[in-house]
Ligand binder design. Structure first.
Ligand code: GAL
Length: 644
């Protein structure tokens, strides 16, 4: 069944009142809005969280046809920050207390068929809520509103409730397909003899891994007669002639599952997935048995002016920027699950993702922890079909050890997904390692110290994997309009860290802090409510540091020179060091059409990355000899002095 999107036609008020619930409410004073929506349009900077903290109301009329009678009418809200109560025709249907996961509820029992119905969402975006990430300071704005899509799905009472598809790679061309299918109560309970679950597998055509005529196939997945003898049915089957999902060839498949009762298709459910194995070993990260160094950036989901409320096209664009402009092979969803549009694109382009549940340094009381565990359940069940996700973060970012709490979050993660390891981001060494991978924010590099410490200094358990989840960030905030030396040092710090990580064989990789600048609370940032930690600005325009990442990729030629060669930009008009960021085989430098020097990647002193920055050590060449009549020796001496 198709999704019926309800993104249009909402009325909005910044002040929720019970009056909204009535059918005859005067709606003339309410604002017309569409989703995704921010509860407050914000300035670029110099604002605080009070602007978006409110209990707002969204109201919409829904015409419900008679045909929906006796059906399930599932209402899904993909994201409402941070607590949402849904009312149908004045009756409270459910409350959801996480701003970063979706909720789905059957609203059929509350609907009037063949009539107009009133849907109301009460959305609390106050930071006083006792749910993650709230309770202490937070280095990012948490924005508010129904900022992701809302839709309906109409299903028979006998339907497929949920499907987890595990595509395991057996060898390069063979996979094991496991579909864990959860059926609705009605489907389980129905005594009908002629009931079956069948499935088909087909490759999905994407721009990064198109389906050619020969490769396309639709093959039946095991048919289970009388499937409904339990709530969860598992279909398992070996499939051959498949393409594995990886970063270079992100082959996607879909399984179409059909529930047949008396030969009638009662429900059909499609899941997109990939065949691939992820593994963190003591010596690094392996995708389908191949060792890959993770090189990524942290991504918040915020944008200027609209907070979190950006549509599909922009979510997808961020994934493309990370992979195709910044040359990354990975992203960390800091510090909460992000839009499925972003995730879908990561699946399509082969971008590896670290997804974590919401939280920032603070662990609250028992009620708060219960909600955090619920958030872990929602994150994993809602996101586990994305092949791009390689690890779950199930520790509140940078929180203290709390063995009871984290034993439980690990249990949840392993129970709901036996195909992925767990991690949990900490900011201190040798903490209790209850997860499968030690994931650590490594801020040792201060311009002088090395880019990272060896693994043995960080974790006592050398048998597990080790991944760096942040570096730089607050160690060197940099505005796009900072002076040149500053922007250069920012870029070099990023280069030094990925270079040093590159040389540590047993570090799985690293995620830099961060992809783009972001609005933040008063305790952080530059006083204007912006953290200038990005390698791009808030609009995703590159800073110099972006070229450090861009130049590691091979697909497009990158050439960025760190200086505009304007001496007036520099103290005492001394140009200072100039670097070339490039992945080209060679870069030839000319001054007024006179050839000065040819630089090659091998000229770089950075040997831990494919393409380190190259120092421009000569801006004179043989100009003095050729143009000024100096002798060769004299010319070399004077050029040396000038370059110095
Ligand atoms: C980390 C934190 C991030 C961000 C970063 C700034 O400690 O996890 O959310 O605040 O510092 O460098």
């Amino acid at each position: 069944m198709e999704k019926l999107f309800l993104n249009e036609g909402w009325k909005f008020t910044e002040e929720f009142t019970e009056v909204l619930l009535a059918t005859d409410t005067d709606i003339s004073g309410l604002e017309d809005v569409r989703l995704p929506h921010t509860c407050k349009e914000l300035p670029y900077h110099y604002f605080d969280e009070n602007l978006y903290q409110m209990v707002s109301g969204y109201r919409r009329i829904l015409s419900v046809p008679m045909e929906w009678k006796d059906k399930c009418v599932f209402f899904t809200c993909e994201g409402a920050a941070h607590e949402a109560v849904l009312y149908v025709n004045g009756i409270e249907v459910c409350k959801h207390s996480c701003g970063y996961t979706a909720f789905t509820v059957d609203i059929a029992p509350y609907l009037l068929f063949g009539k107009e119905n009133v849907l109301v969402l009460k959305v609390d975006s106050r930071e006083t809520l006792n749910v993650p990430p709230f309770g202490f300071v937070i280095d990012y704005m948490t924005f508010g509103g129904v900022y992701r899509e809302v839709y309906l799905e109409i299903k028979d009472k006998q339907h497929i409730k949920d499907v987890f598809v595990k595509g395991k790679a057996k060898d390069e061309y063979t996979g094991n397909l496991i579909c864990q299918v959860e059926l609705s109560e009605a489907a389980v309970e129905s005594a009908c003899e002629k009931k079956m679950l069948r499935g088909f597998l087909q490759r999905v055509d994407t721009d990064c891994c198109p389906v050619t005529e020969d490769a396309a196939f639709l093959q039946p997945v095991k048919v289970l007669e009388k499937a409904a003898d339990g709530k969860v049915v598992v279909l398992e089957q070996e499939v051959s002639d498949i393409l594995l999902w990886n970063t270079k060839q992100p082959a996607l498949y879909e399984v179409i599952l059909e529930l047949l009762v008396d030969d009638k298709i009662m429900d059909s459910y499609t899941v997109r997935f990939g065949f691939r194995n992820v593994e963190f070993r003591a010596d690094g990260f392996y995708l389908n048995g191949e060792k890959i160094k993770i090189r990524g950036l942290n991504r918040h989901q915020s944008y200027p002016y609209v907070g979190y409320a950006m549509p599909e096209s922009m979510q997808r664009l961020d994934a493309d920027i990370l992979k195709f402009e910044l040359g990354c092979n990975a992203a960390r969803n800091s510090h909460y699950p992000q839009s499925h549009h972003f995730m879908n694109r990561c699946d399509e382009i082969g971008l590896l993702v670290f997804t974590e549940f919401p939280g920032w340094q603070h662990i609250g009381d028992e009620e708060w922890k219960k909600q955090a565990c619920e958030n872990a359940v929602e994150m994993i069940t809602q996101y586990r079909n994305h092949p791009s996700i390689i690890i779950w973060g199930i520790r509140i970012n940078e929180s203290q050890d709390d063995d009871a709490f984290y034993t439980e979050t690990n249990r949840i993660a392993h129970e709901l997904d036996d195909t992925r390891p767990t991690g949990g981001v900490r900011n201190f060494k040798k903490s209790h390692l209850l997860e499968d991978v030690y994931t650590y924010n490594e801020f040792v590099h201060d311009g002088k110290k090395p880019g990272c410490e060896p693994k043995k200094n960080i974790t006592s358990d050398m048998s597990k994997g080790y991944l760096i989840t942040e570096y730089n960030g607050h160690m060197y905030p940099t505005k796009p309009f900072d002076w040149e030396e500053h922007r250069l040092e920012h870029a070099l710090r990023h280069a030094r860290v990925i270079n040093d990580v590159g040389k540590e064989e047993d570090i799985a990789g690293s995620f830099g802090w961060c992809m783009f600048d972001y609005n933040t609370h008063k305790d952080f940032g530059s006083g204007d409510r912006i953290c200038y930690h990005g390698v791009t600005d808030m609009f995703r325009n590159s800073k110099l540091a972006a070229s450090v990442y861009a130049s590691q990729a091979e697909e497009n030629i990158v050439l960025e020179v760190s200086s505009s060669m304007d001496i007036g930009e520099h103290p005492a008009t001394i140009l200072g060091n100039v670097y070339i960021f490039t992945n080209a085989d060679a870069v030839r430098m000319y001054k007024n059409n006179h050839f000065i020097k040819e630089y090659k990647p091998t000229d770089s002193t950075f040997d831990g990355i494919p393409h380190g920055p190259i120092l421009v050590d000569d801006v004179v060449g043989d100009l003095l000899e050729k143009e000024e009549g100096f002798g060769k020796k004299q010319s070399e001496m004077i050029a040396g002095a000038l370059n110095y």
